[in-house]
Design a protein around this ligand. Structure first.
Ligand SMILES: NC(=O)C1=CN([C@@H]2O[C@H](COP(=O)(O)OP(=O)(O)OC[C@H]3O[C@@H](n4cnc5c(N)ncnc54)[C@H](O)[C@@H]3O)[C@@H](O)[C@H]2O)C=CC1
Ligand SMILES: O=C(O)CCC(=O)C(=O)O
Length: 410
């Protein structure tokens, strides 16, 4: 039987925002019983209260894990973002507190790419307003400003997991693809890179944004970029609301410079399904507005649930940090016997020596040791064979200057 320093039925797991049942089942399959599920996101004050005693927290993109929430988290071992973006978590503070954060970098990318393909067709055919008109009893059978996508140029800003899949799908449908990325990227199919964003904006009939939320991408698409787009072109944003200056976009649409837009993410998104969605884009012609559902398909959510749950369980059971977005990655073999100590510390000189002294002074036989450091945080894992007074070792490790947290698995 695998035993743990904290019995699994004492480990409290909290899932917010309707994390998929596949995650819950994976935790149950692995022996976890204390799992609480909420459908909603919590605001900072609610989370500060709710997080007390929680060891493993699972969220999606709405819940903000701020410095204050992390300071209040008295038992938190790890956080799982059941999505791609991790900008909702104060990653640096979590890292310094010894809390690895995991996400699912691939599982919903196909869903986003498919949605964007659908939106390109809908926008070029002006389906939003034609459908609305039919619902209202009108019959507008005109081809004005309706186009095929064949032969048009798709400009991808960000050529990562989503951008590249879109590139392949769009070419298969007869579009030309250009892309701009800050990193050198392998161009798939016949896609061609642009040296600058301006170059891309000057040639694209449809611009689709697929960059992460970073300080550099904040408002990277403003009045100047809207103006630089071709007259009669379209903008799609299914990345993050912080990337586009929404007022500048509204202006570009109202002036007729842009013929349409499809926007899935917004600078301010309602915290729950009941809250009113407020945006200057509401009511504009040929604008598809969706409530941040780019990755919301059954397939994606089920896969994400499983993928992130596996990473969280591996860390909780085994200490492995592979896939962590804010933490040094240590790939650990499953432990067959003995005791495994996990020591997270500030990366200051002498800590590793003191850790080793604890084991040598206790005359313990170290069978394996793993160490990874970043400039500020170190993570050392020590496997020990034979009989061990775990509590005594734990206490000595905790007393080492610079220790952030210590755990043992046995
Ligand atoms: N609407 C939704 O439901 C979803 C939204 N997303 C968002 O989409 C974003 C992109 O997802 P992936 O393609 O999987 O990410 P990725 O990390 O695979 O690709 C992002 C690409 O953007 C590039 N990039 C970064 N900064 C840039 C800049 N300033 N200019 C140009 N390129 C830049 C990177 O080099 C990278 O190639 C995610 O970070 C997330 O915020 C992801 C999934 C679902
Ligand atoms: O499904 C979600 O909650 C958010 C999806 C998303 O934006 C992401 O994966 O980054």
């Amino acid at each position: 039987m695998t035993r743990h320093s904290l019995a699994k039925d004492k480990i409290r797991v909290l899932f917010l925002e309707g994390v998929h049942q596949s995650a819950v089942e994976e935790f149950r399959r692995n022996g976890y019983t204390q799992i609480e599920q909420l459908k909603v996101a919590l605001d900072e004050a609610e989370l500060i209260e709710k997080i007390q005693g929680v060891h493993i927290l699972g969220i999606r993109s709405r819940t903000r894990i701020t410095d204050k929430v992390l300071a209040a988290a008295n038992r938190l071992l790890t956080i799982g973002c059941f999505c791609i973006g991790t900008n909702q978590v104060s990653l640096n503070t979590a890292r310094k507190a010894g809390i690895p954060v995991f996400n699912a970098p691939y599982s919903n990318t196909r869903s986003v790419a498919e949605l964007v393909i659908g939106e390109i067709i809908m926008l070029l055919r002006r389906i939003p307003e034609k459908s609305r008109a039919c619902h209202d009893g009108a019959w507008d059978k005109s081809a004005t400003n309706s186009f095929e996508l064949r032969g048009k140029t798709l400009g991808l800003v960000g050529y990562g997991h989503i951008g590249t899949q879109l590139s392949v799908l769009a070419e298969a449908m007869g579009m030309k693809v250009r892309f701009f990325d800050i990193e050198k990227k392998l161009a798939l199919g016949n896609a061609q890179p642009c040296a600058t964003l301006e170059e891309l904006l000057g040639v694209a009939d449809v611009v689709s944004l697929h960059v992460p939320s970073t300080p550099q991408t904040k408002n990277m698409f403003g009045a100047e970029q809207v103006k630089a787009m071709k007259p009669g072109s379209y903008l799609i944003n299914a990345s993050r609301g912080s990337v586009v200056d929404i007022d500048a976009l509204a202006q570009g649409l109202k002036s007729g410079h842009l013929l349409g837009a499809a926007i899935d993410v917004f600078p301010k998104e309602p915290a729950s399904n009941g809250e009113e969605f407020v945006s200057p884009l509401r009511g504009l012609e040929n604008v598809i507005l969706t409530p941040h559902i780019g990755g919301s398909t059954q397939e994606a959510q089920e896969n994400i649930g499983l993928e992130v749950a596996e990473k969280l369980i591996k860390y909780s059971d085994n200490g492995s940090t592979v896939g962590a977005v804010n933490f040094v990655e240590v790939s650990l073999p499953v432990k067959a016997g003995g005791t495994r100590f996990l020591h997270i510390h500030s990366n200051v000189p002498g800590v590793l020596r003191k850790v080793n002294e604890v084991f040598s002074q206790s005359e313990l036989n170290i069978s394996a040791q793993y160490l990874q450091t970043d400039p500020e945080v170190g993570f050392v894992v020590v496997d020990v064979e034979g009989a061990v007074d775990e509590t005594a070792v734990l206490q000595q490790l905790q007393e080492i200057d610079g220790t952030i947290r210590v755990r043992f698995l046995y």
